[in-house]
Design a protein around this ligand. Structure first.
Ligand code: ADP
Ligand code: MG
Length: 312
């Protein structure tokens, strides 16, 4: 009798493990069943997604947990690939300043799965900030936490590409988490930027110059967007002082107008100087995030140190 090779035994064993795992689908905590999901209320929506609060209540006695469920607004095949990627990315992330993936539900209708994540009761910074009289120290703590999440994201070589107050979620008065990885892209080792070819509406007021001019997204362009996010936080997302969410950049003309504005100074920067006199240290830090040359912008790591120093 021939003795089986180590490989064969290993393959057999792996097969057994997979079979035994598949035999117990109900114990997989990342599988959410539609019949236990009770809709509570609409939480918000962005460009592609719609987020709803559900109570996941298998015991059917109201003791379940509240979860946020994100679905595509329309699941056409064009956005489906990106949606699958968004789920995969969130699933792979684990950090105290990044919203936590909980699982998926495949039964809710439509061809796309729904993403189940932890529910952050205070919504996005855009919902939260205008309603509170937040002190500068607390604003800077939020800013620092965003940087912490970003250091982690960059360690995995991801560019977020949509860092903005609307995509930062609030757990409580002293904890925020980055959400919405819908535009996130991976940058392969050895490369510096990701080049996109996307028409249509984009959050251009959060975009760095090189994003608008050459479609180049990098760790440094996330720093620029962070500068705008910091501006939003310090103006407490006051509508009057906030840039418009999206702008059509299909037309060449619009792109040029936008670039001109940004080249002149940056929209948020303009507002800062004219309507919103800043603490000098914070003002300088923002200016650095908006350096025309990407290499001159600070890193998220160095921003954390600066925030720590200012908050002392
Ligand atoms: P989109 O990709 O369409 O922009 P987002 O993931 O940014 O979708 O979610 C849209 C809005 O829904 C957010 O701005 C926020 O107000 C709300 N939201 C998203 N996720 C959560 C969550 N986990 N808990 C509470 N509110 C959330
Ligand atoms: Mg969003």
């Amino acid at each position: 009798l021939e003795r089986p090779s180590f490989r064969t035994v290993l393959r057999e064993l792996t097969g057994l493990i997979i079979i035994s795992h598949e035999a117990l689908p109900d114990t997989d905590p990342s599988v959410f069943h539609k019949r236990y999901l009770k809709m509570m209320r609409h939480l918000g929506e962005g460009h592609f997604g719609k987020v709803t609060l559900y109570l996941y209540d298998p015991a059917n006695d109201g003791t379940g947990e509240r979860v946020a469920v994100k679905a595509l607004k329309q699941d056409n095949s064009q956005v489906l690939e990106g949606w699958k990627k968004e789920i995969e990315i969130l699933k792979s992330l684990y950090h105290s300043n990044i919203v936590k993936y909980k699982g998926c539900c495949t039964e809710l209708g439509g061809q796309a799965v729904q993403l189940i994540m932890e529910y952050l009761p205070l919504g996005s910074l855009r919902d939260y900030l205008p309603k509170r009289k937040l002190g500068v120290a607390q604003c800077l703590l939020f800013a620092q936490q965003i940087c912490q999440g970003m250091v982690y994201l960059q360690s995995k070589r991801y560019v977020h590409r949509d860092l903005a107050a609307r995509n930062v979620l609030v757990e409580n008065d002293s904890l925020v988490k980055i959400g919405d990885f819908g535009l996130t892209k991976h940058i392969p080792e050895g490369e510096i930027y990701y080049r996109v070819r996307e028409d249509g509406e984009s959050p251009v007021y959060w975009y760095a110059i090189e994003c608008l001019k050459e479609n180049k997204f990098s760790f440094s362009s996330d720093i620029w967007s962070f500068g705008v996010t910091l501006y939003e936080i310090l103006t407490r997302c006051e509508t009057r002082l906030s840039p418009p969410n999206m702008k059509e950049i299909k037309e060449e003309k619009n792109v040029m107008v936008t670039i001109d504005i940004l080249l002149a100074s940056g929209v948020a920067r303009l507002f800062c100087n004219e309507f919103f006199p800043l603490n000098q240290q914070v003002g300088m830090l923002m200016e650095q995030c908006w350096a025309a040359e990407p290499a001159k912008r600070p890193s998220f790591g160095s921003l954390i140190e600066m925030f720590e120093a200012i908050r002392q």
